[in-house]
Design a protein around this ligand. Sequence first.
Ligand code: NDP
Ligand code: 2IT
Length: 446
Amino acid sequence: MKKIIENFISEIDKKNSHEPEFMQAVREIAETVLPYIVSKDIYHGKNILMRMVEPERVLMFRVNWVDDNGEIQVNRGYRVQMNSAIGPYKGGLRFHPTVNLSILKFLALEQVFKNSLTTLPMGAGKGGSDFDPKGKSDAEVMRFCQSFMTELYRYIGPNTDVPAGDIGVGGREIGYMFGQYKKLKKEFTGVLTGKGLSWGGSLIRPEATGYGTVYFAENMMNHVSKTIKGKTVIISGSGNVAQYAAEKCIQLSAKVISMSDSSGTIYDKDGIDSEKLSFIMNLKNIKRGRIHEYVKKYPNATFLKNKTPWEIPCDIALPCATQNELNEHDAKILIKNGCICVSEGANMPCEPEAIIVFKINKILYAPGKASNAGGVAVSGLEMAQNSLRYSWSREEVDSKLKEIMKDIHNSCLTHGQEKDYVNYEKGANIAGFIKVADAMLAQGVV
Ligand code: NDP
Ligand code: 2IT
């Protein structure tokens, strides 16, 4: 089996060796899905995983715009249309200076499995730009978003490809892009998700990824007769996913003692309560400030400059910032400090060596494609509401989200149960694979 996996990886590597994040995601999937393919006759001789890791289409385009000083800026825009076997391409847009094709292809590949797990009919895509929204005025962000959409609009549509937010893309950016799409197409359609409530957005979409990550953690804890209630939680990031993960932990009576951004970590041993979380939300979403400002307001807390939260003792860790933010060393410290559960809010935040440490120690570990699927799931519910020209209540959407996270947990159990341990990574990969693979086989070689 090892040889089959290595041959497969080296075949993909021939064309993609310059894309480390993409190759990391391919390997993680191949190691669990190839043994399953070998065990099932229906997939033999179909080259199905090879077809799945090759994007259906990659679009790359120039985005030029004029800054507040009248200077012309040039950025690069992308959309990776990965797989449309089970529905229109669906996935977020990331605006961050580190964005490149390797990162977007890894995200798009993860999205194939994630969207399949949600039980909703969504294919997979991912896109974005190396544009850095940090330090830009609202007017600059608007002009960039308009220019980005002036090209992207040709390739997307409510039945073709439905982008949403990711790092650096929230309600403000979705609004500017939606406005430009509508102007160019003369159509009011559900072409993006994460829209404002008064123009087609869904209740609970902003909360969905963070809430879902915590619901998934609670499902894992319940499965081993434990609960989040009363547990100490550390969270990385302080953006959309981290904020609502913290909110749900607080609602479930857990104690959140840490959050972070790319400049460092705050440690508040008294716990971040809902009032302190409102301060963080205002700081990050309205003032667009930095997390260290928290300690000025709450001097009992400390700021750990340039540090991640992983050295702070906890029961539960929720990595909610970015890929490869938690390495083998961090994983060992988490275990040493008694951490029993890691639920990924971000995409691929744990390095492969860290995941091995979690597995050896048999702690609860959920890969992002399962645990952070709540965001895209509620995007799917937003698409459904747009098609119905109707909107569901907060309670209706939240209860559907809870149900979907429970279903994903069950799918992981079905395919990931080992003797005395649930391998959630294997379970998620195989369950996600089956639905897409079967659709691709039914639709022929296209
Ligand atoms: P935001 O832009 O709202 O927040 C990102 C947070 O992560 C910020 O606190 C940011 O800090 C931090 N961060 C970003 N890059 C780095 C880095 N290189 N090192 C350290 N910290 C970093 O993004 P989201 O909360 O939406 O996304 C966070 C993660 O969740 C991503 O992995 C994304 O792919 C994933 N995700 C998002 C979903 C969504 O619905 N939004 C759905 C599913 C997954 P700073 O401000 O300093 O940059
Ligand atoms: O990684 C993700 O799942 C997202 N950024 C959300 C995608 C979506 O279409 O809502």
